[in-house]
Design a protein around this ligand. Structure first.
Ligand code: ZN
Length: 148
């Protein structure tokens, strides 16, 4: 998730204005923290975060010269849009088309379905990844039997 805030920071850090003598990287630190906070809020509270790019831009614009404001806005808007698209694709894949949460395919020892969120590549949660490995093995065995 933080690759988005780091990308914003990296694109803009050369233009950050430092005006506190003795604290050469204070504003760099502030810009980076503001980017992280915005991305984190987008990740955890996106439904109540109405204008993320505008909010972040307002938070950090004071650390840039007037001449850089247009570029700062374009960079912030671009990466916050990427982050938002990334998060909505993640959110979608956790639910089926009926809006039910997609659960791990494994059963627990009690015989009920595991309630954890599966990984997209094989439908098992992190604790049940070993089942995906044995499943691959089993499929290979069946294929070999069918070929014999
Ligand atoms: Zn599981």
């Amino acid at each position: 998730m933080y690759r988005f805030s780091r990308a914003i920071y990296r694109e803009l850090c050369a233009e950050i204005v430092e005006d506190a003598p003795g604290q050469p990287y204070l504003n760099h630190e502030r810009v980076l923290r503001a980017c992280e906070a915005a991305v984190e809020r987008l990740a955890t509270d996106r439904h109540y975060f109405a204008r993320p790019a505008r909010t972040l831009f307002n938070d950090i614009r004071v650390y840039f010269p007037i001449t850089a404001q247009g570029r700062v806005w374009r960079v912030v808007e671009r990466y916050m849009t990427f982050a938002d698209e990334f998060l909505s694709s993640q959110a979608l894949s956790r639910f089926d088309i009926y809006g039910n949460p997609i659960l791990c395919r494994a059963s627990t020892r009690k015989g009920t379905q595991c309630q954890r969120t599966p990984l997209p590549q094989n439908g098992y949660c992190p604790s049940h990844q070993h089942l995906a490995d044995t499943e691959d093995f089993h499929e290979r065995e069946v294929d070999e039997l069918a070929a014999a």
